[in-house]
Design a protein around this ligand. Sequence first.
Ligand SMILES: O=C(O)C[C@H](Nc1ncnc2c1ncn2[C@@H]1O[C@H](COP(=O)(O)O)[C@@H](O)[C@H]1O)C(=O)O
Length: 460
Amino acid sequence: MTLPPQPISPLDGRYRPAVQALGDHLSEAGLNRARVLVEIDWLIYLTDHGMFGTTPLTQEQQRSLRSLVDGFDQASIDELASLEATTRHDVKAVEYFIRRRLDELGLTSIAELTHFACTSEDINNLSYALTIRSAVSSVWLPAFDAVIAELTRQAELYRDAPMLAHTHGQPATPTTMGKELAVFVHRLQRVRAQIVATEYLGKFSGATATFAAHLAADPDADWQAISNEFVTSLGLTWNPLTTQIESHDWQAELYARISHANRILHNLCTDVWTYISMGYFTQIPVEGATGSSTMPHKVNPIRFENAEANLELSSALLDSLASTLVTSRLQRDLTDSSAQRNIGVALGHSVLALDNIRGGLGQISLNTAALEADLDSNWEVLGEAIQTVVRAEVTEGRSSIADPYALLKELTRGRRVGAAEMAEFIRGLDIGDAAKERLLALTPARYVGLASQLVDHLAD
Ligand SMILES: O=C(O)C[C@H](Nc1ncnc2c1ncn2[C@@H]1O[C@H](COP(=O)(O)O)[C@@H](O)[C@H]1O)C(=O)O
């Protein structure tokens, strides 16, 4: 027996609750609702400007037309699907949908102004710009900001928590956990500013973007000015020079930036995962949840692993969109139409990852005892401090040590040095008393430089 119809994408299946807000923007229905909005706004623009002997629609008539957008419901979705089954052209179906409503409202006299002088792309590109912008600003960015807020909270909380660093996975000059988390916040804020600054461009210029049909219908109108005014009235930036299609360069820019954000988040996930595996972060067990099906002691970092996978999928799709959308044969091919239907999928994998990262970050707490124990077993990391102080002392004439680096290398390279051995070594150094006192006061935990203060840059 075959199963009843099933979602194929996990975004529409098990992950639906985490991503469904995107469906209000980047779905077939979301696109069609935006198309209805653009077509109606154009109709209202033309009549408001008395084009072709029309008079402005009354407030009531405009409200009725606009209610097709606000009231866009399952019946509208079904009617468009059935119209498209006949037209086999998605935008033509929208045009017929609006014509029907005009007839019902007694506005048949202006029906021919529906989709007037437009090619489908005039409607599509503006609709995509509107829905992508609303999806980014009302779904993706809030999820991104929630992660930044939680990371910022932890960066502040752990700003003074000393931690052994591990460049190349090996013990290295200590830092603080807060400073390391702040680095991610700083990177994410930077790419966020680039995402927010994205220009959303729109073209509205007819079949091959020459205004030929417009000019044939009314040679005296300033069609470029009209197009500019209409596009900007939707809050978009006018693109004056295109083929039939909007060139989609702004989409490539946006997807590259979100993909970059995904990759920074991926780096965060693998770092937090590694800190968990080192025991630096403890995972707070979720009541009733199972870690491993066979090893009862385990709490697995599954949220970060899920996020990793979904960030990779999202970036792969965004990269693919960015690359395919900027090419179109001659004046247009339809590859963009088919590709753009997956923008919601690409952003959906990122939104799902963000949801898991936020949840994962909420389930970890710093194990300061583990951090302290590691610091205390790695006194050799002070080797860098000692050789740097000796260099300064030699330069200032208070020491005659010939090769400070070699001296410390001999003491520390590839071997463990304890607190007592380190203190004895420092006491025996040929350097000034003040420098010696400064070095004797150092411990791995105190050798964190300005790590804590650097967290203050988050407020810049
Ligand atoms: O304004 C026009 O339509 C001009 C026409 N170019 C087209 N521009 C935009 N859409 C068009 C075009 N052609 C087809 N279609 C319709 O696009 C839909 C493609 O379906 P899918 O691959 O699922 O995205 C599917 O609904 C198609 O019917 C041209 O000849 O240049």
